[in-house]
Ligand binder design. Structure first.
Ligand code: MUC
Ligand code: MG
Length: 390
């Protein structure tokens, strides 16, 4: 493959290049117990399963990346078993021996070797940014244009389905100054029951508490039309993914009549899908996720595309551990706009996070890591304990 960036990297005869040749890419499946049951319209979990990628460079430095799933191949089509098999069989072999600094060329290589497999590709790219940054003593943000923010608001999702439990949980988060913006999952009770639950929760919250609702595709256009006025009256800030991904025209009709912005999540994984949504005005906010974009570079491009179409940006998650959250933060810290902050509460919903330091949650905000690579220290005991036995 002869590509300009790779050609430049290949001409470099520096210690930097010699030290950062990809030597090994290893994978493991981990299962992390969550602090409570987390429910969505179409699945529920009591543990989070990830594939952790370890990328080793010629200098011996190891970097970590993570592919997150939610309830098996349900939220997206990739399962941890498939991600591990596809990395081991198709992606690792084409990258070993390549310069890790050739981020763009390596991204193209992966895209050519596998169709979609966005989580798998994102996990590898995260590990390569981490390893290269550590090897060269640079934060991953140095390869992404450099930081423009050092912290951002972090939302918490209420998703047990029991209003009383959710009110108590939200009050605890507010009192501890951990979270003051909440996402409420809808679409798993009947719409009328979900709305009654939402009303009860919102009336128990102090003035100014911001609420986002995520329907996870659980409604029809007519259900959405029926409940839009009440959502507006309640003061809901954002409605996420009300309809199924293919229903672009129907989502655009809802967006046109809604007083509340619609956020596009599952409807746009790839950047062409994002453009299709933007072209019909299906939403005015876009949820950025590595699991959708397939890597840090592509997610940064998604942010540029969404912004150019006039959309606002929201830092989405798939309940990643600190490893995956840090990879998102590397990109989020470099974005000119991130109007809605982020929802990377994943490290807090795991009983044992996979990192011991790097991400700081303080006064409703998450502080971007600044150290070399992704800026995190992996907790090897937690990682080994959670590793699935063969
Ligand atoms: C989603 O659809 O946004 C992320 C947070 C959460 O509670 O669910 C996930 C997926
Ligand atoms: Mg969502």
């Amino acid at each position: 493959m002869s590509r300009p960036q790779e050609a430049v990297v290949n001409r470099m005869d520096s210690a930097a290049k010699r030290d950062t040749i990809i030597a090994e890419i290893g994978t493991r499946i981990v299962d992390c117990v969550t602090t409570r049951r987390h429910k969505l319209s179409n699945t529920e979990i009591t543990h989070q399963s990830f594939v952790i990628v370890e990328a080793k460079l010629s200098c011996g430095t190891v970097g970590y990346g993570e592919a997150s799933t939610l309830g098996g191949p349900r939220w997206s089509e990739e399962s941890v078993e498939a991600i591990k098999a596809n990395i081991d069989t198709y992606l690792a072999p084409i990258l070993v021996g390549q310069p890790a600094l050739a981020f763009e060329a390596n991204g193209l290589r992966m895209k050519k070797a596998v169709n979609r497999n966005t989580s798998a590709r994102a996990a590898i790219e995260g590990a390569l940014y981490d390893a290269t940054g550590k090897a060269l003593d640079l934060p991953a943000t140095a390869f992404l244009g450099g930081p423009v923010r050092d912290r951002t608001e972090v939302l918490w999702a209420l998703a047990s389905g029991d209003a009383d439990q959710e009110i108590e949980e939200a009050r605890g988060k507010l009192a501890a100054r951990e979270h003051r913006r909440f996402k409420i999952k809808l679409g798993f009770h009947s719409p009328a029951d979900d709305m009654a639950r939402l009303r009860k929760i919102m009336s128990a919250m102090p003035e100014g508490t911001e609420m986002v609702v995520d329907v996870n595709q659980g409604w029809s256009e007519s259900t959405a039309i029926r409940y839009l006025p009440e959502l507006a009256e309640l003061g809901v800030a954002l409605i996420e993914q009300p309809l199924q991904p293919g229903q672009l025209a129907a989502t655009a009709r809802i967006a046109a009549r809604s007083a509340i912005p619609i956020m596009i999540d599952e409807a746009a994984f790839s950047n062409p899908e994002l453009v299709q949504n933007a072209n019909v005005a299906a939403g005015s906010v876009y949820s950025l996720k590595l699991v959708k974009s397939g890597g840090l570079q592509e997610m940064k491009r998604a942010a540029g595309i969404a912004s150019a179409f006039g959309m606002e940006l929201y830092g989405g998650c798939l309940l990643e551990s600190g490893i995956g959250a840090a990879a998102h933060m590397a990109v989020f810290s470099t974005l000119p706009q991130l109007e809605w902050g982020c929802e990377h509460f994943g490290p807090r919903i795991l009983k044992n996070d996979l990192i011991s330091s790097g991400l700081v949650f303080k006064d409703f905000q998450i502080h971007m890591p600044t150290g070399p690579g992704l800026g995190i220290c992996v907790n090897h005991d937690a990682l080994n304990d959670a590793t699935r036995k063969a």
